[in-house]
Design a protein around this ligand. Sequence first.
Ligand SMILES: *Cc1c(COP(=O)(O)O)cnc(C)c1O
Length: 458
Amino acid sequence: MSLMKSEASNLAELLERALGTGLDFVDSLPDRPAACVAPPDLPPGPLLERGMGSEKALDHFRGELLPHLSASAGPRYWGFVTGGATPAALVGDWLSSVADQNPSISGDSIAPAVEVQVLDWLRQLFRLPETFSGSLTSGATSANLLGILCGRQFAGEAQGIDVASAGLSGTLIQVFSACPHASSLKGLAMAGLGRDSLMSVACEPGSEKMSVPALEYALSASGSPGKIVLASAGTVTGTDFDDLSAIADLCRDHSAWLHVDGAFGIFSRLLEEKRSWTDGIERADSIACDGHKWLNVPYDSGVFLTPHTRLLEQVLSVPSPYLATDGPLPNFMNRGVENSRRFRALPIWFSLQAYGRAGVEEIVAGNCRQAARLADWLEASPDYELLTTCKLNVVVFRPSDVEDLGGWLRALNATGTVFMTPGRWQGVDAVRAAFSNWSTTAEDVERVIELMETMPEG
Ligand SMILES: *Cc1c(COP(=O)(O)O)cnc(C)c1O
């Protein structure tokens, strides 16, 4: 105990050292290897009986861990769909640890009111009706799970069964999707519906977009009294958008719950010329999106939005007298997986206060320009094949004459200049480059193009 107390009395010095370490790391982001592709093993060792103190722990961190971190928050980490952290979001994230609030229950701080406010700002950012609210999650995976759980409850109600109380026994629920993100399949497993409850709907030819006639046929042919449609607003490889207006009509006609996965694709709504791609999203029953991707808030940060918060709370309520509060604010523990969690709203609050709608739009527009530049170059290059038109922030390609694509990608990533990840496009192995970092510049793209010009066989 005395060690903690003496450190607490010298907190400023300790935090300044941490700040120095943090700044060194952030400053190194443009130059350090984009990914640490072969981190050393951490051999098992004994738990210390007596600790070494925070200063020494910080030295160990600097020496043994920090050199092997990725620059995933930096400008040329183009794997998966990975966001960075804006300066304001970083400030908010640090201060949320300092404040160490649990916003799950109202009545002891302003934190739940901040979450309500942030959810409303995000609703405005995405141009959704005032009826939408929800909760902040750890990411789009848990937001997809919440959508599936709400859909399950809705489908149960249609059969006179309150699934949250009585369980799934006796219910019939079928799920329809064309190109669901893998996290939605995990959601089906977690929700007890099972991955096999998914009826795969055909895509439009050469696309990951759901075929509306195929969905219409599948819904009409289904004898299931409970139905959930999982639609995509931005698939991870083709960045294709389902026709949400037509799908919303079908869901209305067939009493199906409409969940939309807009993890990063919903940000296309910030760009006027792309806004119509998500027409109809305002009729969704639930929407999943990410904060730690295109919003550029540190991990972990996701958003679940729904006009059916009553249903959400029916599914997730925590019935215990010691947790009961009354007041106008929601108890967020009744709206999410966790009972207790960090003050996730604060980094978003900071970033939106600091930069507003225009700031987010600048990130999204800039990343789309960068992706378009890389795609144009690939298309013109005799050494590469652009596999599908670049519509948003993801570029899908392969080197033309390379047999061992995995080996080629490993060699590219081993340069440290850039990090890309594998994918599959229409049955063909591919490489994906996804742009979603605020700090990426046009020069970064030119630097990678120069590298790719010299890559063996590429
Ligand atoms: C990234 C992503 C997810 C999963 O989100 P996490 O933040 O990793 O939980 C779900 N759907 C889509 C479309 C995604 O891009």
